[in-house]
Structure formats: structure tokens, C-alpha cells
Design a protein around this ligand. Structure first.
Ligand code: XMP
Length: 318
């Protein structure tokens, strides 16, 4: 049994000792891990931490604005914002294979980040919010076992760059990171957030990723999450989200025949994301979500529910 408050004090000293008066840069995503890592590091080295927040055009509804305002107004982090949406969408054009999408997003991210990092040419350290389960899952690769999915917050980045890696959270599980974030004063709006994959909505928009499909997916997802939260389920589940299927089907609205896309609802419970059980959401909630999505998101006329656990399915669809 260990005390998280002591862990925080120890880590702050440790980071200060390791980095000295060197400079650290970090890609922050608005997620729990990168945010807690940044706040912890800021406590140790102050303004020698430079955070880069890249809008890859694959974030959720109103997410870039929301995250940026928390970083700047509440956490007083030194954040450099880059809107690279066009670049990412161009890189994804024509791609339908899930791993190719991850590679395209990962590659573009490195390009954008490298360009940004040049502005801090004297930074020696790269901070990453890697957790223990990330280390384990990416370990599959090292042992020659099959790569289940490439997780771009572990692979790729460091090898291509000249930085030394700083990974203060690498022995921790998600719940510990949330507790540490609370100790550090990270707002609940961030700590309660579900995990969100590095490749963002690109792996939830099946088939080719287009602006039009992303827009439908974003609006449907916002409705699902809003209703889930109102019904008291948001913090009970590990993750919940919408997936836009590349399937169109026939529907009817008023006197009109429609031919629209399908949204799949995914909600799972899990301890660390390695295995997961699908969540039994009640009929009333599901009905409300389905009705709202079809009424409010023109272009979607069918909502289905994913009732598969992990294994055999993964949490994400791609
Ligand atoms: P899967 O879909 O493999 O997901 O069951 C397990 C957990 O990892 C997240 N995930 C990712 N996170 N980059 C990330 O940073 C990725 O490429 C990626 N793929 C999946 C997923 O959201 C879930 O929490």
C-alpha cells in the first residue's frame, strides 16, 4: 500500500533532479494522462515545460476550444496551439485500412510536432503520459507477438527524434493517475474524461474519413455522451462513444424515404482497457439517444447497439 501524496512529492523532486534546468516539451491532448503528466512536470520545472496541443481535426465536438481554455485559464500551462486539421485530413484521404489510418495520423503527427518542436530547439526532453498498460500492450510488439493495434502514443515518436524520454506515469494505472490528478488540482472535467485514442475519430469513422462523415459522427457522439451523463452512466462506464458505419440503409421520415448512415453505440466497463464488458444501458436511455440522433443529425437514420465484449472484439471498432 502506498500513499499517492508521497508519490507526487517524490516524483516532483525526481523530475526536477533529472531535468535540472533543461527544457521539456510535451504533446498534450486534453486527455487525463498527458494532462496529469504535464501538471506534475510543471510543478517540478515551471516554465521550462512547453506544451504543444495539436488539433488534428479528429477531435470531438467543441473539444479543441474546451481543452485549450482549461489548459490556459485553469492550469496555467504554457501551451502552443496548432490547428493542423487540413494536413491530417489530406493524409487520410483514400485510406480505409485501420492500421493505415493509424500510420497516416501517426506520421502526420510527427511531422507537425517536429515542426513545432523546432521552435524549442534547445529542449532535450520529451514528456509522455505513458501508463503501465501502454507499456504492456506495446510490449507485445517487442516480444514478436502480433501487434494488436499500434498505439501511437508509445510507438514512433521517440525513435525519430533526438529527445530523451520522460515518462513519470509509466508505473501507474488509470485510476491512480486520476487520483494523482485530483491531488494536483486538475479539474474534474478532465479527470472524468473517458480514454480517447490518439488517432481520434479516424478509427471511429469506418471506411474513408471525410469531413462530412466526421461532422455526423461528432454530432451523434455529443448526443450520446450528453444523454449518458444525464442518466448517470458517464462515470460508471470505462468508455462510451459512437461509431459511424460506412453502411447506408433505407428509412422513412414523414412522407420521405431516406437513405442515411448508421451509428453504432459502444459502451463498455473495464479496469484497464485490456479486457472489457459491454454495458447494459436501459431501454429508456437507448431509445432517447436513438431518437435524438435520427432527429437531430440529418444524414443518419439508423442506430444500432454493440453488445460485444473484449475479447473477442476490441473496444474500438478499428
Ligand atoms: P482496443 O480498441 O484495442 O482499445 O480494445 C483499448 C484501449 O486503447 C485505446 N486505443 C488507443 N489509444 N492510440 C491510443 O492512444 C490508439 O491507436 C488506440 N487504439 C485504441 C482505446 O480507446 C481503449 O481505451
Amino acid at each position: 500500500s502506498w500513499n499517492l501524496g508521497d508519490w507526487v512529492d517524490e516524483q516532483i523532486k525526481e523530475i526536477a533532479r533529472t531535468v535540472g534546468d533543461g527544457k521539456v516539451i510535451s504533446a498534450v491532448s486534453g486527455g487525463v494522462d498527458s494532462t496529469v503528466a504535464a501538471v506534475l512536470t510543471k510543478r517540478a520545472i515551471g516554465d521550462n515545460l512547453h506544451c504543444v496541443f495539436v488539433n488534428n481535426g479528429l477531435l470531438r465536438l467543441n473539444e479543441p476550444e474546451g481543452v485549450l481554455s482549461v489548459y490556459r485559464d485553469k492550469l496555467d500551462l504554457n501551451v502552443h496551439y496548432v490547428d493542423a486539421s487540413d494536413k491530417f485530413l489530406a493524409a487520410l484521404k483514400g485510406i480505409t485500412d485501420p492500421e493505415e489510418k493509424r500510420k497516416a495520423v501517426g506520421r502526420t503527427f510527427i511531422e507537425v510536432f517536429e515542426e513545432e518542436a523546432e521552435k524549442f530547439g534547445d529542449a532535450q526532453w520529451l514528456l509522455q503520459g505513458t501508463l503501465y498498460p501502454d507499456v504492456i500492450e506495446s510490449g507485445h510488439k517487442g516480444k514478436g507477438a502480433s501487434v494488436i493495434k499500434t498505439h501511437h502514443n508509445v510507438g514512433g515518436l521517440p525513435e525519430k527524434m533526438k529527445f530523451k524520454l520522460l515518462e513519470p506515469l509509466k508505473d501507474l494505472f488509470k485510476d491512480e493517475v486520476r487520483a494523482i490528478g485530483a491531488i494536483l488540482g486538475v479539474p474534474r472535467s478532465i479527470l472524468r474524461r473517458h480514454p480517447f485514442p490518439g488517432p481520434g475519430l479516424s478509427v471511429r469513422c469506418l471506411g474513408e474519413v471525410t469531413r462530412e462523415k466526421l461532422d455526423l459522427l461528432r454530432r451523434a457522439d455529443a448526443i450520446f455522451i450528453e444523454e449518458l451523463d444525464l442518466a448517470g452512466f458517464y462515470e460508471k462506464v470505462w468508455q462510451a462513444f459512437c461509431v459511424l458505419l460506412p453502411v447506408r440503409s433505407v428509412g422513412v421520415m414523414g412522407d420521405e424515404r431516406t437513405y442515411g448512415y448508421t451509428i453504432a453505440l459502444r459502451a463498455v466497463e473495464s479496469l484497464d482497457g485490456m479486457t472489457a464488458d459491454w454495458t447494459y444501458l436501459n431501454r429508456e436511455l437507448l431509445d432517447k439517444v436513438a431518437r435524438r440522433i435520427c432527429n437531430e443529425v440529418h444524414g443518419i437514420n439508423r442506430v444500432v447497439l454493440d453488445v460485444t465484449s473484449k475479447p473477442p472484439a476490441t473496444i474500438e471498432w478499428e
